[in-house]
Design a protein around this ligand. Structure first.
Ligand code: SF4
Length: 453
């Protein structure tokens, strides 16, 4: 299919290739740093899309969201650089997300949503370039054919509130069985077995082509990854690729931030009001059992460090609990070292970072472990009981459980936050320390004003 009825050109003299099917990896030199940074920026876009979809946004709202995300994370003053960043980041993420069925499914769905919205926003010339690439049974109408059916096309356009066709409009003929949704919605003119579609109506056809092409490409990439690339690049690209799918992309919570400073005397009251469910569960289990296994100690300990519990207070806090179970001598010998280690005071003296939701959700707690994300790792019965203990009841619990059933754990946590604090949380929860800070921002001023009145 070759479509030639476009006259608009870019300033460089040719059509601007802003959107593509990513048929082959570009022969570009990529700095290792850009390899990772570009991929992370695209991941921010894809995660934003995933969040929008799981919040049930409508198609038009998704289009606005995608364009905002794209502008925020993928822009560059130089058009060539934008195109390179787009292509490079797509191919890097193909490597990252080809490796398991679940990763492939997620990537395919997010990239197709991204493609669909970008196609809708693209200029007519970019849309036509893409349609030229597809092997769809589309035929552009000649001028005579167009003149012949222009009135009928106008009637259909009027009935579906679309702009009326002008002499510059581009329409295609396509066998009607290829566009069943348009036929069912009576939004296409039919004649002699063909549907006559406007350029903006072919988006779902093109997006399906994109999806099927990408799906096959991911399987092939996976084959190449497992047979050659992984081993060949084991010292250079492999660690980056393997880390990217679970990479936390939000702010760094390794150091206490605004509103993040807690002392031992307030810790129980603050845990009740401002800890996310995962941290609340660990905190109460520690108070109850006077013990937590390694995974729990790490998850809670680093979180407490990030919310501003000083090393001395942390030692006193853990000692007060553990010594009731194992005695203070054993605590000093076996556990105190790890706490100092988390604060960068022992061993390699690395300042360890609190765990993000993504890391917690993908952890695999064993029997007797209490770490992990309750929305992912609790039974339905236990989760309902835990939400009740947090004061979440009625309709809110059903909404949260629905998100859990659809595996939108962070969204379930966001709805819990909203129910408890009685206000929207548009950004969504990505990190237990973010949950804490956002909660303090809401509760602290209220507490201050009550205290001051
Ligand atoms: S979504 Fe994140 S903050 Fe909320 S309970 Fe799960 S891991 Fe914790």
């Amino acid at each position: 299919m070759e479509i030639v009825r476009s006259h608009r050109k870019s300033s460089a003299g040719g059509p601007v290739p802003t959107l593509s099917f990513y048929r082959s990896a570009p022969p570009l030199e990529v700095r290792l740093e850009d390899f990772e940074l570009f991929a992370m920026d695209r991941l921010r876009v894809l995660h934003g899309i995933s969040d929008g979809l799981s919040r049930g946004k409508k198609a038009t709202e998704m289009d606005d969201l995608v364009s905002e995300l794209w502008r925020e994370h993928m822009r560059h003053p130089d058009t060539t650089e934008i195109i390179n960043k787009d292509i490079i980041s797509h191919f890097v993420l193909r490597l990252v997300y080809c490796r398991t069925e679940d990763l492939r499914k997620w990537f395919l769905s997010m990239e197709t949503t991204l493609f669909r919205s970008r196609f809708r926003f693209a200029s007519a010339e970019a849309q036509i370039m893409l349609m030229n690439e597809c092997e769809l049974p589309l035929k552009a109408l000649t001028h005579d054919e167009f003149k012949d059916v222009k009135d009928e096309l106008g009637q259909v356009a009027r009935s579906i509130n679309q702009p009326l066709p002008t002499d510059d409009s581009i329409f295609f003929k396509i066998p009607f069985e290829e566009v069943p949704e348009l036929v069912a919605a009576r939004s296409v003119y039919l004649r002699k077995g063909y549907g006559y579609v406007a350029v903006n109506q072919v988006v779902s056809l093109v997006a399906n082509q994109f999806r099927s092409h990408l799906s096959k490409a991911l399987v092939l990439t996976n084959r190449k990854w497992t047979t050659t690339i992984r081993e060949l690049e084991k010292d250079r690209l492999t660690p980056i690729v393997e880390g990217l799918s679970t990479r936390y992309l939000g702010p760094d919570y390794s150091q206490p931030k605004e509103y993040a400073e807690i002392s031992l005397k307030d810790i129980d009251q603050i845990a009740r009001s401002s800890f996310s469910l995962c941290m609340r569960h660990l905190f109460y289990k520690l108070r109850e059992d006077h013990h937590l296994k390694h995974g729990g100690r790490m998850q809670l300990g680093l979180f407490l460090k990030g919310v501003g519990l000083k090393l001395d207070d942390a030692l006193a806090f853990w000692r007060a609990e553990f010594s009731q179970k194992v005695g203070s001598e054993r605590f000093e010998k076996e556990y105190a070292y790890n706490i100092r280690h988390n604060y960068g005071k022992e061993g390699k003296r690395t300042d360890y970072t609190p765990y993000s939701c993504q890391r917690i959700i993908t952890s695999t707690p064993g029997v007797g472990d209490h770490h992990g994300c309750p929305y992912r790792h609790f039974s339905e019965e236990n989760l309902r009981a835990a939400l009740g203990n947090m004061g979440v009841t009625g309709r809110s619990v059903d909404d949260i459980m629905e998100k859990v059933q659809n595996r939108h754990y962070q969204l379930a946590c966001t709805l819990t936050f909203e129910a408890i604090h009685s206000c929207p949380h548009d950004a969504g929860i990505n990190h237990p320390n973010q949950y804490f800070i956002d909660s303090r921002k809401i509760l602290q001023p209220k507490a201050d004003s009550v205290g001051g009145s």
